[in-house]
Design a protein around this ligand. Structure first.
Ligand code: ADP
Ligand code: MG
Length: 273
């Protein structure tokens, strides 16, 4: 049904960290699913040529006819590329390896940084009637990640609770600052979320203490524990809240989602309200 009361644009959040294996895709899928469960309508954009978010939500390669690549190049409208997932009110634009194609790199500098921005700020987006757009970034600070940051209102940064985690973070913060100065002054940091946290591990506690000392309120209160259910769920093509609703992983992503919902602008008209 058309929601005539929706007056605001969707909130666009990039999930980014140039390190691989820190929990970006896990966070994108499970935050998206928990937001959908909380009554928001959500579009995920798989911006990683590896297509893990698409696979993790059960989109077979055979069903990836229209992809993020087509949306970036302007060959497809977002509403034509978005596919329903098994989760109600959770849509995804899937990715394939053609995202790393040279075509993107051949465009002029100015244009190629704004491909995703332009795709997500066109009237067609209204047809999707989404409250949130979550972008699963590749493990690199490349042109795709820059596209995501220029297109976004904010960035969620998953930080794996391990040695050197904070050093990689300063590079990411520099990129965010650069994007702010050159292309998207309004870009915010939604928050840094500690992932794969083991509370019995001294190193994890140390990383958490350092992160909270250095970044203060930028660090989400919620930490995501290391939980095998989170790593199993994608092979069953489910978010963890469906795969094992009673798991610690599910509880953690629901709590993280509540923090993000708490930060919603009171003036915005959400579908659930
Ligand atoms: P990225 O997208 O940053 O490369 P992923 O989300 O794909 O990272 O996570 C890397 C691997 O770690 C995956 O196999 C994933 O299932 C697993 N994983 C992610 N978060 C957790 C967690 N909190 N507990 C256990 N395994 C996790
Ligand atoms: Mg990933």
């Amino acid at each position: 049904a058309v929601n005539l009361s929706r007056t605001t644009n969707p909130k666009i959040i990039s999930v980014a960290n140039q390190k691989g294996g820190v929990g970006k895709t896990t966070t994108t899928i499970n935050l998206g699913a928990a937001l959908a469960r909380a009554g928001r309508r959500v579009l995920l954009i798989d911006l990683d040529p590896q297509g893990n978010a698409s696979t993790g939500l059960g989109i077979d390669f055979g069903n990836r006819d229209v992809t993020t690549y087509d949306v970036l190049t302007g060959d497809a409208l977002p509403s034509a590329a978005a596919i329903e997932t098994s989760v109600e009110n959770l849509l995804i634009i899937p990715a394939t390896t053609d995202l790393s194609s040279a075509d993107i790199n051949l465009m002029s500098n100015e244009k190629r940084s704004f491909m995703l921005h332009d795709a997500l700020h066109q009237p067609d987006i209204d047809a999707l009637e989404v409250d949130y757009i979550l972008i699963d970034c590749p493990p690199s600070l490349n042109i795709l990640t820059v596209n995501a940051m220029i297109a976004s209102d904010s960035v969620v940064v998953p930080l794996q609770s391990e040695f050197f985690a904070l050093e990689g973070l300063s590079q990411l913060m520099l990129t965010i600052r650069e994007v702010r100065q050159t292309a998207n002054a309004a870009l915010r940091i939604e928050g840094v979320v500690l992932t794969m946290y083991d509370k019995r591990n001294n190193l994890c506690q140390q990383v958490e203490a350092d992160a909270r000392d250095n970044l203060g309120d930028l660090v989400f209160k919620t930490v995501i524990p290391r939980n095998v259910r989170l790593s199993e769920a994608p092979s069953f093509a489910m978010p963890v809240i469906d795969y094992d609703p009673a798991s610690k992983g599910a509880a953690a992503y629901i709590a993280l989602t509540a923090e993000i919902i708490q930060g919603e602008q009171p003036t915005s008209s959400r579908r659930a309200s």
